[in-house]
Design a protein around this ligand. Structure first.
Ligand SMILES: [Zn+2]
Length: 256
């Protein structure tokens, strides 16, 4: 069901594999089947049915505020941020999924979570910068990012002009396929960009299987199969450390 999962402070981070099935409604799959799989994932994660925020992803750089969105609302955005631990999901099949957790060493109540969909356009247009900014605006001081599986630089062949244009906008993103043609190394560029922003990055490479969606048939790949489904990167916070903050805060009843 999972390609990789880990915990970051109070947060649980996971990336599904094909075992969890296709989790996207926009790829021509039966909607009832997708909803059943989404419900199964929520149940397995132990979160409220229907609480997971999914996005209408358009390769942009908009960050949705999960606290402003009612259950079932699907915003058009390529990232989302939450300060309450609302379950967040990002769908991919070759693009780079990034799941982030922000904390404040001086305030254990702070746990800001986020997801981002960093495909070529979104990455070059700054979706990762926008996501990290949104987290810092919400009091995240130390941010940890987990970069999930995507098509790798050995496999992501692009036209020469696209490789050249991308390199101008993000030096270092240009790479070469294993067969010697122009390519882009988006996961490598995403890791570097996050590190430049002062984010600690975990890039699991072989946990338990290779991180390239094109090479790894236990993952979905749009390039290998254009009718492919989508895996998701998810973040949940089973017991949010700030959850008991409320009106009681004023009279000192909060226990940390
Ligand atoms: Zn590859």
């Amino acid at each position: 069901m999972y390609w990789y999962q880990t915990t970051v402070g109070p947060a649980h981070v996971g990336f599904t594999n094909r075992g969890a099935g296709n989790l996207a409604l926009h790829v021509g799959d039966d909607h009832e089947a997708v909803r059943r799989r989404r419900a199964a994932l929520e149940s397995q994660l132990g979160v409220q049915p229907g609480s997971m925020l999914y996005l209408n992803q358009v390769h942009g750089n908009t960050v949705a505020d999960a606290e402003q969105l009612a259950a079932g609302v699907v915003p058009t955005a390529d990232a989302a941020v939450s300060t309450t631990g609302r379950p967040l999901a990002v769908m991919v099949a070759d693009c780079v999924p990034v799941v982030l957790v922000g904390q404040d060493p001086g305030d254990p109540r702070v746990c800001v979570t986020a997801v981002a969909h960093a495909g070529r356009n979104g990455f070059l247009d700054g979706v990762l910068e926008a996501t990290v900014d949104a987290m810092r605006t919400r009091a995240a001081v130390r941010i940890y990012a987990v970069v999930g599986p995507s098509v790798c630089g050995d496999c992501y062949e692009v036209p020469e002009q696209m490789a050249a244009d991308s390199e101008l906008r993000s030096p270092g993103v240009r790479a070469e396929t294993s067969w010697g043609t122009p390519s882009l190394d988006l996961p490598g560029a995403a890791v570097r960009r996050l590190q430049e922003m002062g984010v600690d990055v975990d890039r699991p490479q072989d946990q338990p299987t290779v991180a390239c969606t094109l090479e790894n048939t236990t993952l979905f790949s749009h390039r290998r199969d254009a009718g492919s489904g989508r895996i998701v990167g998810v973040v949940t916070v089973p017991e949010h450390p700030g959850a008991n903050l409320g009106s009681d805060q004023q009279d000192g009843a909060v226990e940390l």
